[in-house]
Ligand binder design. Structure first.
Ligand SMILES: [Mn+2]
Length: 476
């Protein structure tokens, strides 16, 4: 009996300790951010240190970049850290010291001890010790890793050397090139956060299909979408684009203040961010549920281009192939509509589709990693990469009236432009005011790809069917 009680007692002590630690963490983070806490960040730092082998890396948090967060999970402003692969204390974190004043104005602040345990640092110092500790750790280092983009950090590092009279290490390497390569391939925990962000965005769009009615304002659609984000623990990944009618032809329109009319196209380019991972989905739907003949002709081209571009996505294929495939189908379509005169032209389609149709997503909506060389192949796709595919056609009278400016350095001779304009003018008259974009989020898998955002209809029949349904949001 005694024994059993002692075991029970120990269990209870263990359980309370567990609960105490859990509550301490839940106080600081949302439940899903716990999942990506210490082990993942530590693994990322270890991976970076394996690449470095020697030397010292210096990172400072900036509002703009997500690299600091990626390597620490820490969002403290005015924070920095050192990575020293060959030292006993490898991860040294600097933060602003606890301040009761800052806490009462801005929310929970952590002490040095709390910070050390939350982020798993070997040592934590107040930020004003940065120069001193950096100086100590620089001893004998011939290689130093930091981003020269941060001028303030650069000055602080230089000042350490100036004061010491030591020579600056000849070997400066930007660690961000390594970190961005790492961020390009998403780990399982990152993929699950992206899935969640995408799913929340899909749910929002599916409700909008049912809710949208002529007479509503664009901002009401934005409100529905963003309500779904907050309701589900997400935030706005980027400023919501909700463009109806002529506003659908402007790529980054986000005033969202026009009243929506029957027969308009409604273009929504939106994305929830879940634990900082951002979805990016676009759908263009006809208000009233049915595309007009002209709208349908353009829509089918964009849809076909998008599906064909996605279909080539698999490991080993270069990202430029996706863009080439999309542009090829758009070219065929624009030719059929009479909006270009030469399918092989490298500039004609640019009046109606003026951007590269794919980008990475992750901690940033246009995530890091780069597209690789401009060699017709580019970055080769690998499992774990997540990218958007988003062709579009935007037909504006203003674009065709300002061809030289629209085409910039791609513009041909003036007389060639004049001939082009004359030939395409009837089609411009017919289709002007139509803007369509379709965008999905694609995960590259071992065997090919998975369309994460497939639950929002993009086929014409499916759009019509879903738009016929009633939304609970419109119930009186
Ligand atoms: Mn996008």
């Amino acid at each position: 009996m005694m024994n059993r009680e002692r075991i029970l007692g120990r269990c209870l002590i263990g359980l309370s300790a567990f609960l105490f630690i859990s509550v301490a963490f839940i106080g600081a983070f949302s439940s899903d951010e716990i999942k990506v806490k210490s082990p993942v960040y530590a693994q990322r730092r270890t991976k970076l240190m394996d690449k470095m082998q020697e030397g010292i890396a210096i990172f400072k948090n900036t509002a703009r970049d997500k690299d600091f967060y990626y390597l620490t999970g820490c969002e403290e402003q005015d924070a920095a850290f050192l990575l020293v692969p060959d030292a006993q204390e490898k991860f040294i974190l600097f933060i602003r010291p606890y301040s009761a004043v800052r806490e009462i104005w801005s929310g929970k602040q952590f002490t040095l001890e709390e910070t050390k345990s939350i982020y798993g640092a070997d040592k934590v110092y107040p930020m004003d010790q940065f120069e001193r500790i950096l100086f100590e750790n620089l001893r004998g280092k011939s290689k130093i890793y930091y981003s020269l983009n941060d001028e303030e950090l650069n000055q602080r590092i230089l000042s350490v050397f100036k004061r010491s009279g030591r020579n600056f290490p000849g070997n400066i390497v930007n660690p961000l090139s390594y970190v961005h390569e790492m961020r390009l391939i998403k780990g399982p925990e990152e993929i699950s956060l992206l899935r969640k962000a995408v799913d929340i965005t899909c749910d929002a769009l599916n409700e909008v299909y049912k809710a949208v009615q002529p007479g509503m304002f664009e901002y009401e659609i934005q409100a529905i979408i963003e309500y779904f984000y907050r309701k589900n623990g997400a935030t706005v990944g980027f400023s919501s684009i909700v463009g109806s009618g002529p506003n659908a032809t402007m790529l980054h329109y986000n005033k969202n203040d026009r009243q929506i009319r029957e027969g308009d196209l409604l273009l929504m380019d939106v994305g929830a961010a879940y634990a900082k991972y951002t979805a990016d989905i676009t759908r263009t739907i006809p208000v009233g549920g049915t595309f007009s003949q002209r709208q349908k002709e353009v829509y089918e081209i964009v849809l076909d281009a998008q599906k064909q571009a996605i279909s080539v996505a698999k490991p080993g294929v270069g990202i430029h192939k996706i863009n080439q495939k999309g542009v090829e189908v758009i070219n065929e379509g624009l030719f059929r509509l009479g909006l270009i005169t030469d399918k092989k032209s490298d500039w004609q389609h640019r009046v109606s589709l003026m951007y590269y149709i794919s980008h990475w997503i992750g901690l940033a909506v246009h995530d890091v990693g780069g597209r690789g060389p401009d060699d017709g192949v580019g970055r080769k796709l690998e499992p774990g990469m997540v990218l958007t595919v988003e062709p579009g056609i935007y037909i504006r009278r203003e674009s065709f009236d300002n061809l030289e400016e629209m085409l910039g350095r791609n513009a041909p001779e003036k007389n060639e432009l004049e001939d082009f304009l004359e030939a395409v003018n009837p089609a411009v008259e017919k289709y002007a005011g139509i803007g369509i974009r379709i965008e999905d989020d694609i995960l590259i898998t071992k065997s090919g790809h998975e369309i994460l955002s497939k639950s929002v209809p993009k086929e014409i029949d499916e759009i019509r069917k879903l738009m016929k349904k009633d939304s609970y949001l419109n119930k009186k």
